[in-house]
Design a protein around this ligand. Structure first.
Ligand code: HEM
Length: 260
C-alpha cells in the first residue's frame, strides 16, 4: 500500500512538472536583418563570401608571386636586391612622398588579409551550423590534408608575417638588422639554422594553403567543370610547388654557402 501511494505521488509530480505545467510563452524568432545595399547583400550571402575569399586570395597570390620573384634578385647580386628595395621606397615619391606607394600597397594587403580571414571564419561557422553539430568521427573523404589544415595554415602565416616584418622590414629581430642592407640582413638570417627551419615551416604552410586555395577559388568562380578537374588539380599543385621552391631557394642557398 505504502509503495503504491509513493509511486502515485512521484508520477503526479513528474507529470505536473513537465507536460501539464503551463509553458512559458516563447519569444517569436528574430527575423534575420536583410542588408539594404548590394555590397551588404553580397557579403551576407555564402556565394558572396566565397567570391570575397577568391578575389582577396587572388590579390595576395599576386603579391606572393611578385615578392618571391624579387627575392630571387639575391642570386643576381647583393646590389640588385638592395637596389630593388630602394626603388620600391622611392617609386612615385614625387607625387606620393617617400614610401607613399609602399604604404598604399601595405594598406591594400592588410584589408585583403582581414577580409580573407573574416570570410573564411564566417563560412566555416555557417557550414558547421548547417550540419547542426560537429562530426564525431571525421572521415577521410571530407577533403584533402590541405583542406583540413587551411585554418591552421592561415594562423601560422599570420604569425609568421608578424615575425617576418620585425625581422626583415624593421630589423628588430634580425641578427644584422641594418636598414637598407637587405642582402646582408637576409644572409645573416639564414646562416642560423633555426631561422631557416622557421621560414621553411612557414613557406610549406604557404604552399599547402595556396594549393588548396587555388583549387577552391577556381571551383567558387565556376571554372571547374567536370572535364577540367584534373587540369585544375595539376595547376594548383604546379603553382604551389613553384612558389614553395622559389621562396625556399634563398634560405637553402645561404645554408649551403651558395649565397654569402
Ligand atoms: C625565404 C623567404 C622570404 C624572404 C627571403 C623574404 C624577404 C623579405 C625581405 C628582404 C623583406 C623586406 C623588404 C624591404 O625591406 O624592402 C620582406 C618583407 C615582407 N615579406 Fe618577405 N620574404 C620571404 C617570405 C615571405 C613570405 C612567405 C611572405 C608572405 C606570405 C612574405 C611577406 C612579406 C611582407 C608582407 C613583407 C613586408 C613588406 C613591407 O611592408 O615592406 N615574405 N621579405
Amino acid at each position: 500500500m505504502y509503495w503504491t501511494s509513493l509511486f502515485r505521488a512521484a508520477y503526479r509530480r513528474l507529470v505536473t512538472s513537465t507536460e501539464l505545467a503551463p509553458s512559458r510563452p516563447s519569444r517569436p524568432p528574430r527575423k534575420p536583418r536583410v542588408p539594404r545595399t548590394t555590397l551588404g547583400r553580397l557579403w551576407s550571402s555564402t556565394v558572396g563570401k566565397k567570391a570575397v575569399l577568391a578575389v582577396t586570395g587572388g590579390a595576395m597570390l599576386l603579391f606572393v608571386v611578385a615578392h618571391m620573384l624579387s627575392n630571387l634578385k639575391a642570386f643576381v647580386s647583393p646590389e640588385s636586391l638592395d637596389g630593388y628595395a630602394l626603388w620600391l621606397r622611392t617609386l612615385l615619391s614625387g607625387a606620393l612622398g617617400h614610401e607613399g606607394l609602399l604604404w598604399i600597397a601595405r594598406t591594400g594587403l592588410l584589408v585583403c588579409v582581414v577580409l580573407h580571414g573574416t570570410a573564411a571564419v564566417q563560412l566555416a561557422r555557417r557550414a558547421r551550423g548547417a550540419r547542426g553539430q560537429r562530426y564525431r568521427v571525421r572521415s577521410k573523404v571530407q577533403g584533402s590534408y590541405a583542406a583540413r589544415t587551411m585554418r591552421w595554415g592561415g594562423v601560422i602565416l599570420v604569425l609568421f608575417i608578424a615575425y617576418h616584418i620585425l625581422d626583415l622590414t624593421t630589423g628588430h629581430l634580425n641578427p644584422h638588422g641594418v636598414s637598407g642592407e637587405v642582402y646582408r640582413n637576409v644572409v645573416a638570417d639564414f646562416q642560423l639554422w633555426p631561422v631557416t627551419a622557421l621560414y621553411t615551416l612557414a613557406v610549406l604552410a604557404l604552399g599547402l594553403h595556396i594549393r588548396h586555395g587555388v583549387w577552391s577559388a577556381l571551383h567558387s568562380l565556376g571554372a571547374a567543370t567536370a572535364s577540367r578537374q584534373r587540369a585544375i588539380r595539376l595547376s594548383a599543385i604546379a603553382v604551389a610547388t613553384a612558389i614553395t621552391v622559389g621562396y625556399l631557394s634563398v634560405p637553402f642557398a645561404v645554408q649551403t654557402g651558395l649565397l654569402r
